[in-house]
Structure formats: structure tokens, C-alpha cells
Design a protein around this ligand. Structure first.
Ligand code: IMP
Ligand code: MG
Length: 177
């Protein structure tokens, strides 16, 4: 697979994002809410740079992307309720694609009583947003390719790669997986 973002570049950029986040929160307590499972590497590497009063919680959402279902229809795992009432929340997701997931999760966290909700994404795909979501922190803008590694999966594989790679398109088709 072609490497799009090498491991060292990811680490360098995460340190920069952490610097910006730490300066913005300026010692205000923050609850990082990671979107499972793609956030795992990003979250683990980011929080190790953050010298803040910090809590970590998780949320899980899946979108139905089959040919017969409506893309963007989102299921939020009801048994995983992050404790965010009155807290300043930083929502962490691996990638902003259409924007449906992040937009719905921001509304969901506000509904749970968060005092504020900001958004950090490692990647943002160019030209794909259907919902206007402006992340407060974004690691990299990437081309419209299906990417894996560093938490991102295809069929739950490849999450463990320390870099971001482009998944080859199926031979003979133009479609992403
Ligand atoms: P959105 O709701 O369209 O913004 O989709 C966001 C979710 O789709 C992400 O949290 C990922 O789980 C998944 N996703 C979108 N693009 C990719 C990709 O290129 N590789 C792996 N997962 C992706
Ligand atoms: Mg995923």
C-alpha cells in the first residue's frame, strides 16, 4: 500500500495539535470523548502531550453504508453514555468524511448537557463534506481516497499500522470500498 502520511509526520503533527489544545483550554478541565474504535491511536498519542486536568471517555457510533441504506443514518450505541454533564468536551474522531457522524455526535453530547463541545479530527477528506462541520482542530487535509492505518480500518483490519496508507481500489472498478 502507498503510505500517505508516515508515522513520524503523524507524531509531529499531533504534538502541534496538542500545543494548540493546551493553549486554548488554558488549564480548564476537559473531557476528551473518543469515537470508537478509530480514535484509539490518535487519542492515546494526543493525551500524552496534554498537561491539563483531563478525563477520557468514549462513545460509539456506526453509520449504515450499505447500498440499500441511507448513508449518514447513524446508530449511537445507547449503552455507552459518556459522563459529560457540565463538562467542557473535546470530541475526537479519526476522520471527517461526509460530516454526518461528527455533526450528530456534537448534538448528542450537547443533549447530554456538555458545557461546551469542540471537535478534533486527525484527517479531513477534501470535497466530501455534506454537512457543514468545521473542526476546531484538524491534523491533515487529505485527498478523496479510502485510507487505513493508525486506527482507521477497512473491515476492521489495518488499524494497527503506525502510518496512514491508501487502500488500493478494487481492480476494474472506480469505486472506493
Ligand atoms: P462521516 O460520517 O461520513 O464523516 O464518516 C465518518 C466515519 O466513516 C469515520 O469515523 C470512519 O469510521 C469512516 N470513514 C470515512 N472515511 C474513511 C476512510 O477513508 N477510511 C476508514 N474509515 C473511514
Ligand atoms: Mg470506522
Amino acid at each position: 500500500m502507498d503510505v500517505l502520511i508516515p508515522a513520524e509526520r503523524i507524531q509531529q503533527r499531533i504534538a502541534e495539535l496538542a500545543g494548540a489544545i493546551a493553549a486554548d483550554y488554558d488549564r480548564r478541565p476537559v473531557t476528551i470523548v473518543g469515537v470508537l474504535t478509530g480514535c484509539l491511536m490518535f487519542l492515546a498519542d494526543l493525551v500524552r502531550h496534554l498537561d491539563l486536568a483531563l478525563r477520557i471517555d468514549f462513545i460509539q457510533a456506526s453509520s449504515y453504508r450499505g447500498p440499500v441504506t441511507n448513508p449518514g443514518e447513524l446508530h449511537i450505541q445507547p449503552e455507552l453514555v459518556p459522563d459529560v454533564a457540565g463538562r467542557h468536551v473535546l470530541l475526537l474522531d479519526d476522520i471527517l468524511d461526509t460530516g454526518h457522524t461528527v455533526a450528530a455526535l456534537v448534538r448528542h453530547l450537547e443533549g447530554l448537557g456538555a458545557a461546551s463541545v469542540r471537535v478534533a479530527v486527525l484527517l479531513r477528506k477534501r470535497g466530501r463534506q455534506e454537512v457543514p462541520v468545521e473542526p476546531d482542530y484538524c491534523g491533515f487535509d487529505i485527498p478523496d481516497e479510502f485510507v487505513v492505518g493508525y486506527g482507521l480500518d477497512f473491515n476492521d483490519e489495518y488499524r494497527h499500522l503506525p502510518y496512514i496508507a491508501i487502500l488500493p481500489r478494487f481492480p476494474g472498478t472506480d469505486a472506493a470500498p
